[in-house]
Design a protein around this ligand. Structure first.
Ligand code: HEM
Ligand code: HEM
Length: 193
């Protein structure tokens, strides 16, 4: 199979995304944000960890955007979102092909695969940004005000897209691996170049 190894900055940023976002999702299953009733020590502790890992996640997401916008390599924002008519035609052709059980072309970057990665990055960005505001607004003790509560609801609602992406994107990556493709290795290899 053709060598499609991602460049080192992209691999490091992706590792940052995978670790911080996965930890955030798992913590959310245990933690409880301060509210009307008293919480257990574990609920309080995991919420505090969620606050700070969330800030690290936000920093990684913002760095990824700076990288995507500035790089001329494979991780360029042009491969995440089809901005030209030619790219949009390719996405439509691949989507039609998928209904006929044809797997999108992964030998060249962009297309449906790139767009799915772009949408995943957008979902994570929205959750990390709302989380960043909650970091400042959500009270340490007692119930949040109405606006903060609504922002918490928006954060929670958007996090469902991150769960969906995490399961589907991670699942497809593992599927590639078990089908004998180099997809996982190309993204997670820790060599220098
Ligand atoms: C990429 C970063 C983040 C991810 C993936 C994430 C994910 C989640 C998830 C999955 C939930 C649970 C939603 C539910 O079960 O309804 C949640 C809740 C919450 N998160 Fe985050 N979060 C992130 C960053 C942050 C940050 C930085 C803060 C800062 C305080 C934060 C504060 C909260 C609060 C207050 C809730 C509870 C909201 C409510 O109950 O209405 N999150 N988050
Ligand atoms: C929710 C957290 C994740 C986010 C936001 C994310 C985001 C991305 C993005 C944006 C790309 C395209 C490359 C780039 O521009 O950086 C990508 C590629 C990739 N991701 Fe993730 N990812 C996440 C989790 C995972 C997990 C858990 C796995 C593995 C189990 C994984 C495996 C891969 C692989 C193998 C590629 C390369 C795909 C290809 O060659 O077409 N990712 N990811």
């Amino acid at each position: 199979m053709q060598n499609l190894k991602w460049d080192r900055p992209t691999r490091l940023l992706h590792l940052g995304l995978v670790t911080t976002v996965s930890v955030q999702l798992l913590l959310s299953l245990v933690m409880k944000a301060p509210g009307a009733r008293a919480h257990t020590a574990l609920e309080v502790f995991t919420y505090q960890v969620h606050r700070y890992i969330g800030l690290v996640a936000l920093a990684v997401v913002l760095l990824h955007w700076v990288w995507s916008v500035t790089t001329r390599g494979r991780a360029t924002v042009r491969n995440l979102f089809p901005t030209t008519a030619q790219q949009r035609t390719r996405v439509m052709t691949e989507l039609r092909g998928m209904f006929a059980k044809q797997i999108p072309d992964s030998a060249t970057a962009g297309g449906v695969t790139g767009l799915v990665h772009g949408l995943g990055l957008l979902a994570v960005t929205a959750v990390a940004l709302t989380g960043g505001v909650l970091f400042v607004w959500w009270p340490e003790i007692g119930k949040p005000d109405a606006l903060t509560h609504t922002l918490g609801d928006v954060h929670s609602a958007l996090s469902n897209f991150v769960w969906a992406y995490w399961i589907a994107h991670g699942g497809i990556a593992l599927l590639h691996h078990y089908l004998g493709h180099d997809t996982l290795r190309n993204m997670f290899v820790l060599e220098r170049n």
